[in-house]
Design a protein around this ligand. Sequence first.
Ligand code: PGA
Length: 299
Amino acid sequence: MRVTLRQLQTFEAVARLKSFSRAAQEMHVSQPTVSKQIKLLQDEVGLALIEQFGKKLFLTDAGKLLYQTCGDWVKTWDRFEQNIANMKGMTTGQLRIATVTTTKYFLPKLMGQFCHTYPGVDARLEILNRERVMERLERNEDDVYIMGVPPDNPNILAHPFLANSLMLIAPLDHPLAKKRSIPLQEIAKEPFIIREPGSGTRVQIERLFNEFNLPLNIRMEMGSNEAIKQAVAGGLGLSILSSSTLIHEQKANELAILDVQGFPIQRYWYWVQHKDKNLSLIAQTFYDFLLEHLDQFRT
Ligand code: PGA
């Protein structure tokens, strides 16, 4: 069969992402180009590889077989290209990072500064909650992952690089706002607004309340740190958020940071990668850049 590398890479992306448009986006080509590559590949193989019902894509048996065959091979080829780029000392090419939503207060800005310094870098930043980032980590879809609660897994490396303290927030006129050294037991009587299941912030709050054997009185769940801050300011309840989300409110004095025993809880942001991941020169350069430019984000 006269199958080209490009066709296999395109097929691998479509099969993995289950979408022609997302594959086109990832590969920086148009959707018709992706469709054409898949058609040429199917003609060459002589069997249908992909079926489409409505908007959903499915792999045929031949497609599944090809995906098994070429999945690892495409990754091996990517590694080869990466090694060659490293040997040439190149800081051009792709940098793929998946990160939790709460890092949006510093990571996009840092990446912007990085891309300005290294204009040859094509940076991709996927911003998702922790659970979705963990799924990407399991599938080894990115160069690196940034999160506050790394997995406890010997095959995963996690380097802490920035303090990420958790703070207990309340509306400015809350009766507890003026109290000092409040016991967590007293706080636990209050209604809480917390992030959605799957959020790393939520995982940390639940672990804390479990540790002290206290019930968590959830009044409302919200999928956004910004919405939570507004709801707290409006008097709906208390919340616990990362200090990274509170830089503006602390300066503008818009929310009360409660003085609770054990708070602020000192945590970190972690650079997370597979232990055996062959980091590209770009990713290594970004790591050094990150460490050098963190001062602007310390809280
Ligand atoms: P989240 O993650 O944005 O999913 O809440 C935050 C964290 O991992 O600390």
